[in-house]
Design a protein around this ligand. Structure first.
Ligand SMILES: C[S@@+](CC[C@H](N)C(=O)[O-])C[C@H]1O[C@@H](n2cnc3c(N)ncnc32)[C@H](O)[C@@H]1O
Ligand code: SF4
Length: 450
């Protein structure tokens, strides 16, 4: 089938499936008491991954969909860091024993927007309340434009082993249109600083589908990116959701590439990365064959969580900071999104859980199926259903939905085993959505799935 006909069928808005059920389904029935009960039930011997959300940046990029704002007051930044430390102590006391930590992820916003002593104080609180050792992988998101001059020693003091740097696109026309100016030299310098500080794995984030972006501008960007020689590259499709993210209203919709152009950009950048020797991972990641992520590909260690793809075998994910989400066997719990609400709740009650979702057995199974589709491009539905003790007939309505994907060559079906073809990789979200029992195509306001 030609591209235009495919797009005519599949150009729709779908979740990114960084969780299932998606955050749209969260509500206030999961509150701090529920969360405390879930934390108390974490058994001895379980392992954790920790996510720290820092919702601050030096300036705001118009394309950005993240929960972040500009904050220049050192007092306000320190107050936030103090709240995160208080939250760490309260969560650890609810768990009741020191959990070994497999991974720590400093995300945002821009974590280095916090003063270095504040970051160190948060790190010390983590080390007091959790077991963090040489095997714990510590990762951070870095904005190459605003790297502090003390970054090398700051990152080393935190034990950073992996760094992710935002690029998006190096073309001046695109950078003007997204309110983010960043040179190749700045990016190369930031990658070098992170490496010297101890990061053995460097990721660069690229985005296609941005205003004024073309296949040629992305080609030039990928060439520059390859010269920086990252271990991983993420190639995200621009998610334009101005009804949720007011800052994106600055971006004129008529400047955005259409679905055909988006697909062409994604295909060309993907081909260049693959030809340069990177392995394709899931929907939007690329890694050198020697990188942990490429080695984890095809094994259960490759997971999908709120940060996207990750190599993580921890039993629970615990989030700290405004809007951070915890994923526990019983379900999801999310902190208040607005920083002011988060601070007020922590200062008053020590917890800031605002919403979440308790998983049913069937949710848990659908979550596992969707995660394996997004990570492995393949899943044996009957095997997972049997393991979960759920009747395979639960999925009777799914097979007709998959039929058209199979006819279009995007998936293959062999009994209860579904495998996504290479042509189907850009349509992974469509395949996953067939297992989404909550998706309402009439009301869903997600970003474009391509
Ligand atoms: C949480 S941001 C932090 C990056 C860091 N602050 C920086 O500026 O480099 C991580 C990445 O999310 C991606 N991102 C943010 N908004 C996006 C959007 N609307 N659509 C697609 N990707 C987006 C960008 O690639 C960005 O580098
Ligand atoms: S891309 Fe990074 S610096 Fe820009 S607004 Fe988003 S989080 Fe902040």
């Amino acid at each position: 089938m030609d591209t235009l006909s495919l797009l005519a069928r599949y150009d729709r808005r779908l979740p990114r499936y960084t969780s299932y059920p998606t955050a749209v389904q969260f509500d206030a029935r999961v509150n701090r008491d529920v969360h405390r009960r879930w934390l108390a039930a974490i058994p001895d011997g379980a392992t954790a991954s920790l996510y720290l959300h820092v919702p601050f940046c030096r300036s705001l990029c118009w394309f950005c969909g993240c929960n972040t704002s500009v904050m220049n007051s050192v007092t306000a930044l320190e107050r936030y860091a103090t709240s995160v430390q208080a939250e760490i102590a309260r969560v650890a006391s609810a768990i009741g024993h020191r959990l070994p930590v497999r991974q720590i992820h400093w995300g945002g916003g821009t974590p280095t927007a916090l003063p270095a002593p504040s970051m160190q104080a948060i790190d010390a609180a983590l080390r007091r309340h959790f077991v963090i050792d040489a095997d714990t992988e510590i990762a951070i998101e870095i904005d190459p434009r605003t790297l502090p001059t003390t970054a090398e020693s700051d990152l080393r003091a935190l034990g950073i082993g992996r760094a992710s740097l935002g690029v998006q696109d190096f073309s001046p026309a695109v950078q003007d249109a997204i309110g983010r100016h960043q040179s190749v030299a700045q990016t190369r310098h930031a990658a070098l600083v992170a490496r010297v500080a101890g990061a053995c794995s460097i990721n660069l984030d690229l985005v296609y589908g941005l205003p004024h972006q073309t296949v040629a501008s992305l080609e030039a960007t990928v060439e520059s990116v390859l010269e920086i020689d990252p271990d991983r590259v993420a190639l995200y499709g621009y998610a334009h959701v101005p009804w949720m993210q007011k800052r994106q209203q600055v971006i004129a919709e008529y400047d955005l590439p259409d679905a055909v152009a988006r697909l062409a950009q994604q295909a060309r950048a993907g081909t260049m990365l693959a030809e340069a020797g990177y392995s394709r991972i899931g929907l939007d990641h690329f890694a050198k064959p020697s990188d942990r992520m490429a080695l984890a590909c095809g094994t259960p260690a490759l997971r999908r969580n709120f940060q996207g793809y990750t190599v993580d075998d921890a039993d629970v994910l615990i989030g700290f900071g405004a809007s951070a989400i915890s994923a526990l066997p019983q379900g999801y719990a999310q902190n208040a999104t607005r920083t002011a609400d988060y601070l007020a709740s922590i200062e008053k009650a020590g917890f800031a859980i605002a919403r979440g979702l308790a998983l049913t057995e069937e949710d848990g199974l659908r979550r596992a199926i969707i995660e394996r589709i997004m990570c492995d491009l393949a899943v044996d539905v009957a095997r997972l259903a049997k393991n979960a003790g759920v009747d395979f007939a639960t999925f009777d309505d799914v097979w007709p939905k998959l039929e058209s994907l199979a006819m279009d060559g995007l998936i293959r079906r062999d009994g209860s085993v579904i495998s996504v073809t290479e042509a189907g990789r850009p349509f992974l979200r469509h395949v996953a959505s067939c297992f989404d029992a909550y998706l309402d195509p009439e009301t869903a306001r997600h970003a474009s799935a391509i």
